[in-house]
Design a protein around this ligand. Structure first.
Ligand code: NAP
Length: 284
């Protein structure tokens, strides 16, 4: 990013941490965590944006606790829907570009192939509904925006499946992992790399929703097997159906995203999920 003022929100999260690294070359980067920019108080965001006057807003902040959201729907809606709407309004006032992230959980999981941006949404849980409402709020404003829908995010920092598996693999001899949910594990490193590449290559691309996930797909069980192989963990993994691992939030069976539109419009492609996993290990 050259000649641009960039405002990053959610700078302490998985994707936010990597975006901070990727966009460190921006002439001015204001990276805000929850202390500086609390998305549960959307109206307060206006002053921040008006004062800094960014050219680009990167919103990596979100309420991401999928199960907890079932009992905190109002907070999830405030952070994931109302706040992005306010950011979109302020970006539009300035003529700035809003880059926002959304999720594969906007879909109901019933399709047999990869989901397209044009497919009908149908979230199964509060988190998915709140993220969909965020997409709609941004689209309603009608300014310049890219919404990058991603999936199964993990990386070297934060709370994620990779780090949980590595910990449990040390603590337990045997783990039972869900094998009937299919998706594409996507590293925070690949997301930030692809975001930077997309903004460099086609900042004049049409506003819209773009799927942005690593290539290929697997199940949580398959992901766990790859993690243990890579880490040399000897704990045994047993595949189980979702019914044997009940959670407060329902999850889609198939949430594999097609990345064709991202490739066609921006010429950007993320690594395959196994390759991306290998890249994360040296950063642990
Ligand atoms: N994680 C996934 O598996 C996944 C899958 C698909 C899509 N996505 C989307 O990808 C984007 C990035 O997610 P991620 O994986 O990087 O999530 P993350 O690691 O949970 O980071 C989210 C960040 O948002 C911050 N945040 C939460 N509530 C906030 C509030 N009220 N005000 C300000 N900041 C707040 C968190 O701060 P604290 O650390 O202080 O809580 C955290 O830094 C999100 O839009 C998410 O919906 C994620």
């Amino acid at each position: 990013m050259t000649g641009q003022k960039v405002l990053l929100l959610g700078a302490g999260g998985q994707v936010g941490t990597e975006l901070r690294r990727s966009f460190s070359g921006a002439p001015e980067l204001l990276a805000c965590g929850r202390q500086q920019a609390d998305l549960s108080r959307p109206e307060k965001l206006r002053d921040l944006v008006r004062e800094f006057r960014p050219d680009v807003i990167l919103n990596a902040a979100a309420y991401t606790a999928v199960d907890r959201a079932e009992s905190e729907p109002d907070l999830a809606m405030m952070v994931n829907a109302a706040a992005p709407g306010v950011l979109a309004e302020e970006a539009a006032r300035l003529g700035a570009l809003l880059v926002h992230y959304s999720t594969d959980y906007v879909f109901d999981g019933t399709k047999s192939g990869p989901w397209l941006e044009s497919d009908a949404t149908g979230p199964l849980n509060v988190y998915g509904r709140s993220k969909l409402a965020g997409e709609e709020a941004i689209q309603r404003v009608g300014g310049r925006y890219f919404i990058f829908r991603t999936s199964w995010v993990y990386g070297p920092h934060g709370s994620n499946f990779l780090l949980t598996m590595l910990r449990l693999g040390r603590e337990r001899p045997q783990l039972r992992i869900v094998d009937d949910q299919t998706g594409a594990p996507t590293s925070s490193i690949e997301i930030s790399r692809a975001t930077l590449a997309a903004l460099k290559r086609a900042s004049d691309a049409p506003s819209g929703i773009y799927h942005m996930s690593c290539g290929g797909w697997t199940s949580w069980y398959g992901f766990a097997c790859a993690i243990f192989r890579q880490a040399g963990t000897s704990a045994e993994l047993l595949p189980i159906p979702s019914e044997q691992y009940p959670t407060p939030a329902r999850r889609p069976r198939n949430s594999v995203l097609s990345n064709e539109k991202l490739r066609a419009v921006f010429g950007v492609e993320l690594a395959g999920w196994e390759e991306a996993l290998q890249e994360v290990f040296p950063r642990l």
